[in-house]
Design a protein around this ligand. Structure first.
Ligand SMILES: [Zn+2]
Length: 744
């Protein structure tokens, strides 16, 4: 065996020792193609409805009211309560609890038949997370067990028990329930709510299965550097993916044109690997229903971007709640129309197909009905321009689940800071999963942003190196690549060579009262474009955390240098002890054809906390400099807009979502406030010519000016959501002219 072969074998053996049979595929490797073909219907629905019945609905609610509402809203798909906690049909599966109000009715079956008459795609909803005393008596091992060894009562419905997600309750009982629903109703799919457990379970099955798979007892600590916890993070996922595949296989065995849709996924803080989810799921439901607390109004769009990073062009549906989504769970409440409109608009602008959800067939507050009807009718009119084929964004914002799993709490605030900065800068962007950094997934991007993506493997680092070698731009901050993929600190940054620095051993923070000096070229007096917009500033505030590094190559005239912390009290002592250092706080390089910006401090996280406009300027300028090309669309004018740009089969759209509102950073929005005139300059894709241009919300045809590949036009005003829709004429095959491609 040669040295290389030996090292490979050794590293494989090492992984086996640490994690038993658990395998975590290396980035860039091809996953086993076990995925079944997508059901034929998945790309059809554009407007989803969900009615989740409560147990006493049967006999009290009016099914026809709901069928009429689905028709009026032009909903083309529906998710209806079927079984799990409560069965709404005469089930024969032992221990499957029928609604105590069901009698001999088949409420689910009636609704399915009504929705089919309307031509809707029909999905059955199940929820397996809670059960009853009779089940506990007959199958005590189906119940979740807490760390002290006691079976868990349900926290909100104390007459119920919490079920174990990773044992026979889900693997056997719920499989039987799904088989029955699919056999009786041949629905198009089964949606599964709360299927992935309600916290750690220490039941006999979990203990034994974990020991067999990993050789550890179940972890008692939440420290991901504890070997048992680390193994558990992966083992739990493996169990859930096994469950997913079992359920999917069973429902497809009954109805080949169906699938299961487990409710799952999200961004860096999601506990299931989005890359694997993206491989398994033909479609998914992004479940972030509304704002709460300090949720930004663009968070729905962020959810869409996070899912798309893993799902690619597969349809992604965005659930929105019509109610207040605070921790106190007012499930029968209603939000303001303005809040609902803005939330849905940002999702649609970011490629989500909307799904309204309502609990309880008997309504306690009807104020949401008209607003949702108006939103859906508008989206139905726009449908042709909402069937997106590809985002034209050139900037990718990387998110990292492994950083969150193995360095908990370290990454999301950096991502949020960048997200806010890119929205404010009106730079169209997508999100990128850190385990999908291969050339195919990165091919549409010119620049990648690494918001303190601390945990990166050697393989991921070399993918990033190749990206820059092939002409890509890279903007990285703070602890990016300071840890390996397991969250273990490296001796030096994994990307030290790319950044042109070496780690000198210390991460400083939190820093009080530290600043940055803005420097010019001493000969020409010129400043770097990174400092554009800060011409009258000689120093600005620093961040709060700083990775200490030293340059390993010459950096002439660094534009930002460190002014170290000095006392901030008593006031008499507040004067800088050092007014100038030679310590750069940004490293700018142009290796090969690419461009690299490294901020060794937490500019993005501090921006999310403080929202300083000087930091915004640096973030925006860093992306602009690293990208070094004209963006696909530029929108100038007042206010805060979320700008996205899409290609459809025969058109191009620019979505402008007006987030300018006093309630922007803490909702709910009281009223929509129109923002004034915006100049839009957009690039027409190569090989096409612009035909008719429409403003879909205004219903007008703007005057356009053409210059080379670019169109410019004015949008006079935006209330909540405007779409600039450009029909594209494609060059005829003989090259003689342009004609409209038939939009299917
Ligand atoms: Zn268990």
């Amino acid at each position: 065996m040669n040295r290389r072969g030996f090292l490979q074998a050794a590293s494989v053996a090492g992984a086996t020792v640490a994690f038993g049979r658990l395998a975590w595929t290396e980035p860039g490797s091809t996953a086993a193609a076990t995925t079944a073909p997508p059901p034929g219907w998945v790309d059809t629905p554009m407007r989803w409805a969900q009615l989740t019945l409560v147990e006493n609905d049967p006999g009290r609610f009016d099914p026809q009211f709901w069928l009429d509402y689905f028709a009026r809203t032009r909903s083309d798909a529906v998710c209806l309560s079927a079984g799990g906690c409560v069965a709404y049909y005469p089930t024969r599966v032992p221990f499957h609890h029928r609604s105590a109000w069901l009698d001999e009715r088949d409420v689910f079956g009636e609704l399915v038949a009504g929705c089919r008459k309307l031509g809707m795609v029909v999905i059955a909803r199940t929820d397996p997370h809670a059960t009853y005393d009779d089940v506990r008596a007959a199958h005590p091992d189906w119940i979740a067990v807490d760390a002290e060894g006691s079976p868990r009562r349900h926290w909100a419905s104390p007459e119920m028990w919490v079920t174990c997600a990773l044992g026979p309750y889900n693997f056997e009982f719920m499989t039987e329930v799904k088989r029955e629903i699919m056999s009786r109703y041949r629905v198009d799919g089964i949606f599964i709510n709360r299927w992935d457990g309600s916290g750690m379970c220490y039941c006999e099955h979990c203990r034994r299965n974990f020991r067999v798979a990993c050789g550890h007892e179940l972890p008692r600590s939440s420290d991901p550097q504890d070997p048992a916890r680390r193994a558990y993070i992966l083992w739990r996922q493996q169990r859930l993916f096994d469950l997913w595949q079992l359920w999917d296989g069973e429902v497809r065995a009954v109805n080949r044109d169906s699938c299961v849709i487990p409710n799952t996924g999200g961004g860096a803080t999601s506990s299931l690997d989005m890359r694997r989810i993206g491989e398994l799921a033909p479609t998914l439901i992004a479940d972030r229903q509304a704002r709460r607390g300090l949720t930004a109004p663009w968070a729905n769009g962020k959810n869409g971007k996070e899912f798309r990073a893993a799902m690619g062009p597969k349809p992604i549906v965005g659930i929105f709640s019509v109610g207040v989504e605070e921790p106190y769970r007012w499930k029968d409440s209603v939000q303001s129309e303005a809040e609902i409109r803005l939330w849905v608009a940002d999702g649609v602008a970011n490629g989500l197909r909307p799904w309204f959800t309502k609990f309880s067939g008997v309504l306690h507050d009807e104020r949401w009905l008209k607003p949702v009807e108006r939103i859906y009718q508008r989206l139905a009119r726009w449908e042709r321009y909402l069937r997106n084929e590809a985002s034209l964004a050139r900037v990718g914002l990387v998110y990292s689940q492994q950083t969150e799993w193995f360095r908990p709490g370290a990454v999301e605030d950096h991502i949020l800071g960048w997200y806010q900065a890119l929205v404010e800068s009106r730079i169209p962007f997508e999100m990128v999963h850190d385990r999908l950094l291969d050339t195919v997934h990165l091919r549409s991007f010119k620049t990648l942003i690494l918001p303190s993506i601390a945990a990166l493997s050697d393989g991921q680092c070399s993918q990033l190196r190749s990206f820059v070698e092939n002409g890509g731009g890279l903007v990285a901050t703070h602890e990016t690549s300071l840890y390996d993929e397991w969250g273990v600190r490296r001796r030096d940054l994994g990307l030290a060579d790319l950044f042109g620095v070496t780690f000198t051993g210390r991460v400083e923070g939190p820093m009080q009262n530290s600043y940055l000096r803005l420097e010019a070229d001493p000969v020409t007096g010129k400043r770097h474009p990174l400092l554009a917009g800060l011409e009258d500033a000689s120093r600005i505030i620093n961040g709060v955390g700083r990775v200490e590094v030293a340059a390993t190559r010459p950096f002439a005239n660094p534009p930002l240098t460190l002014i170290p912390s000095y006392p901030d009290l008593p006031m008499e002592k507040v004067y800088p002890r050092v007014t100038k250092t030679e310590v750069p706080q940004v490293y700018l390089r142009e290796p090969a054809a690419g461009r690299v910006v490294y901020f060794p401090w937490d500019i993005d996280r501090t921006f999310w906390e403080v929202l300083a406009p000087d930091h915004l300027a640096l973030l925006r300028n860093a992306v602009t400099w690293a990208t070094s090309e004209e963006p696909p669309v530029m929108v100038t004018g007042p206010g805060v807009l979320d700008v996205t740009v899409w290609r459809q089969k025969a058109s191009l759209t620019v979505h402008l979502v007006n987030l300018t509102n006093p309630m922007m950073m803490k909702g709910p929005v009281r009223e929509l406030i129109p923002v004034g005139e915006q100049q839009v300059r957009l690039r027409v894709p190569a090989g096409t010519q612009a035909g008719q241009v429409r403003l879909l919300a205004a219903g007008t045809t703007p005057r356009i000016e053409r210059s080379g590949d670019f169109l410019t036009l004015t949008v006079p005003s935006i209330l909540d959501h405007e779409v600039v829709a450009v029909d594209l004429l494609e060059q005829d095959s003989d090259g003689a002219g342009f004609s409209l491609r038939n939009p299917s």
